[in-house]
Design a protein around this ligand. Structure first.
Ligand code: HEM
Length: 442
């Protein structure tokens, strides 16, 4: 007789379940939540069996209770061929904490505030390249923009030719097919024309650039005065006074690019689409140019359009979660998207209302786009600053018109939620910002 505790109820496992989830992840998750309640089990092709949790108190317990039997690095191991074995994303336990402690200080809000002018500059240059009448896919433009922010703020690379070399070399690796990433067999280097051979060559080229940058920076006479993340990491020491090795630095640079570039670009794309579909909110941002309102737009965007629908922890030992005993080996998903649509926390949850975040800010366990606890997103302050500053620049300097009549459907791509078509728009009139007020120039 089995002594395994029974898993909470949930939808039946059929290929259709996975297809529904990938095609309309937000609607599907919300339907399951309504049907099965705050704790339900889902089996999905390619993801295995996991238990979603939509109760903020149970999520608080998961994020703040005993962490020794919760694994997160293992879930990210698919990224290891790119981010490397020292990456904070793939480690667990004391090794994870050591890397995390080294990485956190450069991303503290007070440090990140210094990047505001860099973000503004990059955004202004991006918008200056747009011509009235041109058709753009916003997600592509936002990817280029967030790549450049990472290059400058995190890597400390500002020379345009070098930024371009980095973009080409690193994108070639980051954009590798998920199938290749998932399969060690496909990644085997079977000669220059094989997929594995191509991947290995691209990885070597990207690594060469990163190691060159690290070596060059180490020798810079002004290293201790610089504010970019790489320079700060070169000066950082762990509890035992040890500096980070070149291999660790390389892995964390790739990690920050992999974790921080697409996610922020997607968040920005969602925000722009929501503003374009809610003209009164766009007008408010445009008229006031207010940093506080822009922050609230970013927060409300990540509530209704969380880029990641759930955090993930694997239980290394049985654990009580939301009043149920769950067995070791099971995955638990703190349901970011589910909490964000709770009526008791957010009345009329489908409405896009940045005003919700103007007075009270965001409650830790009611607003979770960056996950929580000892795995909470390291780049959260940078991502929020980037979103608010880029939105202010775009709102005040250009008119955009969505090409599609209806909002872009939210679909699952890899592990992120994205607008299916990337939000195509037509560029309208350019505006010249005069002491905060927007003036249409034709
Ligand atoms: C809107 C943009 C972003 C979103 C929505 C986002 C979301 C997330 C989420 C949900 C996690 C997992 C948290 C958990 O498991 O509890 C995470 C982890 C992480 N994020 Fe972000 N992120 C964003 C931007 C960034 C940026 C800009 C960076 C760095 C430059 C970054 C670096 C990381 C790292 C290093 C981790 C792993 C932390 C750890 O395992 O200790 N992210 N992010």
């Amino acid at each position: 007789m089995s002594t395994e505790p029974a898993l909470p109820p949930g939808p039946r496992f059929t290929p259709l379940t996975t297809a529904q989830f990938a095609r309309r992840p937000l609607d599907t998750l919300r339907r399951w939540h309504r049907r099965y309640g705050d704790v339900f089990t889902v089996r999905l092709l390619g993801f295995g069996t996991g238990v979603y949790v939509a109760d903020p108190d149970a999520i608080r317990e998961l994020f703040t209770g005993n962490q020794s039997d919760l694994l997160a690095g293992e879930a990210n191991s698919i990224l290891e061929p790119v981010v490397g074995k020292h990456s904070v994303l793939v480690l667990d336990g004391p090794e994870h904490l050591r890397q995390r402690r080294l990485l956190l200080p450069p991303f503290h809000g007070s440090r990140v505030a210094a990047f505001r002018s860099t973000v503004r500059e990059v955004a202004e240059r991006e918008v200056a390249r747009w011509s009235p009448g041109e058709r753009l896919v916003l997600r592509q433009r936002m990817r280029a923009l967030t790549f450049e922010v990472i290059c400058r703020a995190v890597f400390g690379v500002t020379d345009p030719a070098r930024v371009e070399r980095m973009r080409r070399a690193l994108s070639a690796v980051i954009d590798s097919s998920p199938v290749l990433m998932a399969s060690a067999t496909l990644r085997r280097d079977l000669g220059p024309l094989s997929p594995g051979g191509r991947f290995a060559r691209r990885l070597r080229a990207a690594d060469a650039l990163l190691y060159e940058e690290i070596a060059q920076r180490r020798g810079e006479p002004d290293l201790e005065e610089r504010s970019d993340v790489l320079s700060l990491l070169l000066c950082a020491r762990d509890d035992e006074g040890r500096a980070m090795t070149d291999a660790e630095l390389r892995d964390e640079l790739f990690t920050m690019l992999a974790a921080g570039h697409e996610t922020t670009a997607t968040g920005l794309t969602f925000a722009l689409e929501l503003l374009l579909r809610n003209p009164a909110k766009l007008e408010r941002l445009r008229e006031t140019g207010d940093e506080r309102y822009a922050n609230a737009v970013g927060k409300e965007t990540l509530r209704v359009r969380p880029v990641i629908d759930a955090a993930e922890r694997t239980l290394a030992a049985p654990r009580d979660v939301a009043g149920r005993r769950l067995p070791a080996g099971i995955k638990v998903y703190p349901g970011i998207a589910l909490v964000h649509y709770r009526e008791d926390l957010y009345p009329e949850p489908d409405e896009f209302r940045p005003e919700r975040f103007l007075d009270d800010g965001a409650e830790s366990y009611a607003w979770l786009p960056f996950g929580g606890g000892i795995r909470r997103c390291i780049g959260a302050a940078l991502a929020e600053l980037e979103m608010s500053e880029v939105l202010r620049v775009i709102a005040s300097s250009v008119d955009l018109e969505p090409v599609r009549d209806t909002p872009d459907p939210v679909v699952l791509r890899g592990i992120t939620l994205v607008p299916k078509h990337g939000v195509p728009v037509l560029v309208g009139a350019k505006r010249a910002s005069v002491s905060g007020a927007a003036v249409v120039t034709g």
